[in-house]
Design a protein around this ligand. Structure first.
Ligand SMILES: Nc1ncnc2c1ncn2[C@@H]1O[C@H](COP(=O)(O)OP(=O)(O)OP(=O)(O)O)[C@@H](O)[C@H]1O
Ligand SMILES: [Mg+2]
Length: 478
């Protein structure tokens, strides 16, 4: 079969954001975001380049509905070939809708509703699922299974779509679970150098006309459906901002020596690790008081979470989130608290008293206190930890709702913002996470805000020795 070589300058024909996708060999290449960002064009370009440069291919291009193919992916791919002056290298079969290159490579097109045709296609070596938000998860899984076995080149499924709903399976599969073999590329019209001002103005006008469309098609952020408790627009704007201005200073975990049933304070170290449980947005600042709100996992799949707030500004300084046994969670909170200038720690006690007790046993110096009236002895007792009740829960949530509305810039943690978008009012009016979603980061943050009143809110004076900045364990001993 003849070799094909073409000489194209990608700088002229491709958007800058699309250059790296040409070399990307991950199994899943996820192109998502707002309308008109150039996702479909980029996928078509990559496909045509692979058709020309590699050998032994049979690409499958799919959409949900067969009769939408001709006016979209089919004409886009043919247009790309024409633009690059390479149409003569391809044989076009209009009636069956397939394209064969002189080097033997093939592209076949099918709609998921064309079951017979799909069944008849064998030996697929690569795929593009266009407008994947229309596709059911089961159908996608079936497609995924079809790209298996030996192929001469790397096997990749390109997936392009607009993020129409935060509850969509695509969010769960490729974002929440963070597949290691997926490359995720987010783009909006602002990343497309080939669109005109008129198109830009149209998208921007959505801001006034329809906040949902603006969110999904202009900002390219996950659309919110349903009655969210937090202000969705504020949360989405913040997410958008953080995407462009990443704010994680470092990620990692705490390690420590454990001797005679105690944590050795001087041994506590923060070890950087991208997969670590702690995301730090502000390293401990001298003379600054901090508080930590904690929520323990209520079983298997839940996370335990600790939210650290700078108690002068109210901003999230760090978020600890992970799966671990409650005693280890307590030890991690101990380290986090010591790291942040002996922060005041408020941990939820409803599900499990263990972390609070464990912190006491470890002699952690500063825990949130609550007054409990004892019916038998008719006395008021002071206990450690925060208790979420029918009364306290709505109050702390309402306070957090107000913070998001007035000062969303205090929320530095992306996971927390994401949880806020799926935190809704159920049929009984009770605010809770949508089915299959979590609210641990929200509850931990609400508790942290509640705890602020038991910690000072101004910088620590020099003569207040006990609060002295530890320089992350450098200077003062405990
Ligand atoms: N590399 C390119 N060269 C020339 N024009 C381009 C290029 N990329 C994008 N465009 C122009 O931008 C328009 C929008 O691109 P495209 O259709 O790929 O966007 P999209 O991200 O797939 O949008 P949607 O989310 O609406 O499907 C195209 O119709 C085309 O006019
Ligand atoms: Mg498109």
């Amino acid at each position: 079969m003849p070799e094909v070589t073409i000489d194209i300058d990608v700088d002229d024909i491709m958007n800058t954001w699309a250059h790296p996708i040409l070399d990307d060999q991950n199994r899943y290449l996820i192109l998502y975001g707002g309308a008109g960002s150039g996702k479909s064009v980029a996928a078509a370009q990559k496909l045509v380049i692979r058709m020309l440069e590699e050998k032994g291919h049979k690409f499958l291009v799919v959409r949900k509905v067969a009769n939408t193919i001709r006016n979209s992916v089919w004409s886009l791919i043919r247009g790309t070939m024409a633009d690059w002056g390479v149409s003569h290298l391809f044989k076009i079969n209009k009636s069956d809708m397939d394209i064969t290159c002189v080097n033997g490579n093939q592209i076949v097109f099918a709609g998921l509703d064309d079951v017979e045709k799909l069944k008849s296609i064998h030996g697929i070596t690569g795929m593009w699922v266009e407008e994947a938000s229309e596709v059911l998860q089961e159908d996608f899984q079936q497609l995924d299974l079809r790209l298996r076995g030996f192929t001469a080149n790397y096997k990749q499924i390109m997936v392009s779509f607009n993020p129409i709903s935060i509850t969509h399976w695509l969010k769960d599969v490729f974002f929440d679970k963070r597949k290691p073999n997926a490359t995720v590329v987010h783009t909006t019209y602002l990343d497309n150098m080939f669109i005109d001002d008129e198109y830009k103005r149209t998208l921007e006008s959505l801001k006034e006309q329809d906040p949902y469309y603006y969110m999904v098609y202009a900002l390219g952020e996950w659309g919110i459906v349903g009655n969210t408790v937090f202000n969705g627009q504020k949360v989405t704007d913040r997410l958008s901002y953080l995407r462009k201005n990443p704010n994680v200073v470092k990620r990692g975990s705490f390690v420590y020596d454990y001797v005679n049933e105690r944590i050795v304070d001087k041994s506590i170290k923060f070890v950087e690790d991208d997969a670590g449980y702690v995301s730090i947005y502000e390293t401990p600042q001298p003379k600054t008081p901090y508080v930590i709100g904690g929520d323990t996992a209520e079983g298997g799949i839940d996370n335990s979470v600790g939210q650290v707030l700078n108690n002068v500004t109210g901003a999230i300084a760090a978020t600890w989130k992970g799966h671990t046994d409650t005693d280890l969670f307590a030890k991690q909170m101990y380290c986090l608290g010591k790291y942040y200038n002996r922060a005041l720690i408020a941990i939820e006690t409803n599900f499990d008293l263990h972390p609070v007790k464990e912190l006491q046993r470890l002699r952690y110096p500063r825990q949130f206190k609550r007054e409990v009236f004892d019916e038998i002895s008719k006395t008021t007792q002071t206990k450690y930890g925060f208790q979420t009740t029918r009364v306290t829960r709505p109050v702390i949530i309402a306070e957090l709702v107000a913070i998001v509305r007035e000062n969303v810039e205090l929320i530095n943690d992306i996971d927390t913002l994401n949880e806020m978008l799926t935190f809704v009012r159920n049929e009984d009016g009770r605010p809770e996470a949508q089915e299959g979603k979590h609210d641990d980061t929200i509850m931990a943050l609400a508790i942290a805000h509640k705890a602020r009143s038991q910690q000072r809110m101004t910088l620590i004076e020099d003569d207040e020795g006990e609060y002295e900045y530890s320089g992350a364990f450098g200077r003062t001993g405990y």
